[in-house]
Design a protein around this ligand. Structure first.
Ligand code: ASP
Length: 328
């Protein structure tokens, strides 16, 4: 069963309209999407949207990969796409409220892909847009430090392809490194990975930037094994997967210079890569700063470019699964 953040993520007939939080991604929902993404990556044609449908990408926060892969995914399904990325070119400059701006987008689009700083504002939009004559599909492409569920979906795709999610091979250890507190990709990925009981977690955070209290509580409540550790080299020696994250200093708080210095000491260098078992995989949602030495890009355990490349097909499969309602 999927865990819905509010009833309005579904249409009255029960079909999914809005994809906003990682906890919606239980294995039963994820696995068919990943299987379809694999077909798409091998050349299967996308199933086009049935009517002349419009997709709006509303991105109030910066993006390269998420924006491009969603734009290409929506285009490959036949959506006419338009975007609002530079808020100075919109009526917000004239004092329009976020609510009115979003209502306008909802009135003009069958699909709305949103990246903005406030998760509560996103949930409000899901609720209010449900009452419109033609409620659009809504996809969260990142909501402040809270959630980035489609990044988790593509991270999970790489973990799945590399065998980490297969419970038949026994317990698997995932090491999280860096700014684990303000990272929406870490938050969302932890929520999704709770669905796989054979996984155990090791956190190697920058001091003071460990996983959020609510994620620790969720791990405890689900009876999952985890530890916080300060010896990265030791953690790497028997890791099955590693997830690195940059400093999320755009959200403020703490001493950035000190945090950067500490992250430097956790940098993934070729020598560190060699500590990992041969079957391991390393992920990073990108953009990277200095957390990963680019000299490691060609190591077979490096999974970050594979995640970028494959992410387009995963997002296409997700949008296919969220097809617009047929007109009545
Ligand atoms: N691109 C990811 C995000 O939008 C990771 C990051 O920015 O650090 O959250």
């Amino acid at each position: 069963m999927s865990m819905d953040p509010c009833p309005e993520v579904r249409r009255p007939d029960g079909t999914l309209r809005a994809f906003v939080e990682a906890r919606q991604l239980v294995p039963d929902i994820i696995l068919p999407i990943l299987s379809r993404a694999e077909d798409l990556a091998h050349g299967a044609p996308p199933v086009p949207v049935s009517l002349a449908s419009s997709a709006t990408l509303f991105f109030q926060q910066p993006s390269t990969r998420t924006y491009l892969s969603f734009a290409h995914a929506a285009g490959s399904l036949g959506y006419h796409t338009a975007d609002l990325r530079d808020m100075r070119t919109t009526s917000f400059e004239k004092g329009e409220s976020l609510e009115d701006g979003l209502r306008t987008i909802a009135e003009l689009s069958e699909l709305v892909i949103l990246r903005q700083p406030n998760h509560e504002a996103l949930l409000d939009f899901i609720r209010t847009s449900a009452a419109l004559p033609r409620p659009p599909i809504v996809v969260n492409a990142g909501s402040g430090p809270s959630e980035h569920p489609t990044q988790s979906l593509i991270d999970v795709a790489t973990l799945h392809r590399r065998g980490i999610l297969d419970p038949s091979g026994g317990p698997k250890k995932i090491v999280f490194v860096g700014d684990l507190q303000r990272s929406r990709t870490v938050n969302s990925l932890l929520d999704v990975l709770l669905g796989w009981r054979h996984l155990t977690f090791v956190f190697v955070p920058i001091a003071g930037l460990g996983p959020s209290t609510c994620r620790i509580q969720a791990l405890q409540a689900m009876g999952r094994t985890f530890e916080v550790c300060d010896d990265l080299d030791e953690a790497l020696t028997n890791a099955d997967a590693v997830y690195l994250q940059r400093l999320q200093d755009e959200y403020g708080g703490g001493d950035t210079q000190k945090h950067e210095q500490e992250l430097e000491s956790l940098r993934l260098t070729p020598a560190r890569m060699d500590l990992l078992p041969p079957h391991a995989v390393v992920l990073h949602p990108l953009p990277r700063r200095r957390e990963i030495d680019p000299a490691t890009d060609h190591d077979p355990r490096a999974g970050w470019w594979e995640t970028v490349r494959y992410g387009r097909f995963v997002r296409t499969a997700l949008l296919e699964a969220l097809q617009p309602e047929s007109p009545s």
